[in-house]
Design a protein around this ligand. Structure first.
Ligand SMILES: CC(C)(COP(=O)(O)OP(=O)(O)OC[C@H]1O[C@@H](n2cnc3c(N)ncnc32)[C@H](O)[C@@H]1OP(=O)(O)O)[C@@H](O)C(=O)NCCC(=O)NCCS
Length: 180
């Protein structure tokens, strides 16, 4: 475990029912390629967005626990099949952003995204976090992503009309973790 969790650990590590699934928070140099592959597999992120996702991995690799970016990688049959990136929001008490979550297109819809998000929530809870925020677009392309967030218990908290483009709003979802 390479992440500095500031509070006592939360519940025991998540157990997935499928054998051969492993969740880890350590970031390896090989994760640069894995993140690029997984994000690209979605087919709807621009190249510059893929580059930004890899830059967050680089930040973690270079700065270790001093990085603001924390990760959970999900390995299936020895290969990275999905990952999430999150971190504390500066100047808040217990608020975290989920920056990225993505599952390899060939294994989507099999519960891996939910497992990743549950592990992120467990780790944030263990760090004393209270609120988890997710920003996304109102474009139809992101409808499945929005459905995923809602199925995982996130509520639509705010809409910034025309934020990304005249017909593309920013939607902010939030989950408040239960106390205790
Ligand atoms: C969003 C994403 C991470 C979800 O991961 P996933 O492994 O496919 O999702 P799961 O199989 O764990 O599904 C969890 C729940 O979300 C729902 N869900 C997932 N994909 C859905 C879709 N396309 N349409 C409707 N609901 C969906 C599932 O029905 C499931 O609900 P249930 O357990 O109550 O039945 C994945 O589809 C992905 O990588 N998308 C492209 C990248 C992206 O949009 N990332 C977010 C922005 S950074």
């Amino acid at each position: 475990m390479s992440l500095a969790e500031s509070k006592p650990p939360g519940p025991p590590p998540l157990r997935t029912t499928e054998p051969g699934i492993m969740l880890r928070s350590e970031v390896l140099s090989s994760d640069r390629d894995a993140v690029r592959r997984i994000i690209t597999s979605s087919g709807f992120f621009h190249d510059f967005e893929v580059d930004v996702a890899v830059e967050l991995v680089d930040d973690r690799l270079a700065r270790g626990d001093r990085s603001d970016y924390r990760f959970v990688f999900l390995e299936r049959a020895g290969s990275v099949a999905g990952y999430a990136c999150y971190g504390p929001i500066a100047c808040t008490v217990g608020s975290f952003d989920l920056y990225w979550i993505a599952v390899d297109a060939v294994v989507r819809g099999t519960g891996l995204g939910r497992a990743l998000l549950a592990e992120v929530e467990r780790r944030i809870d263990g760090s004393g976090g209270r609120n988890i925020y997710i920003e996304t677009s109102s474009r139809p392309l992101y409808e499945p992503t929005r459905a995923f967030y809602q199925r995982c218990g996130y509520r639509l908290e705010a809409r910034l009309s025309g934020f990304y483009a005249p017909d593309d709003d920013k939607l902010i979802y939030v989950k408040t973790l239960p106390v205790g």
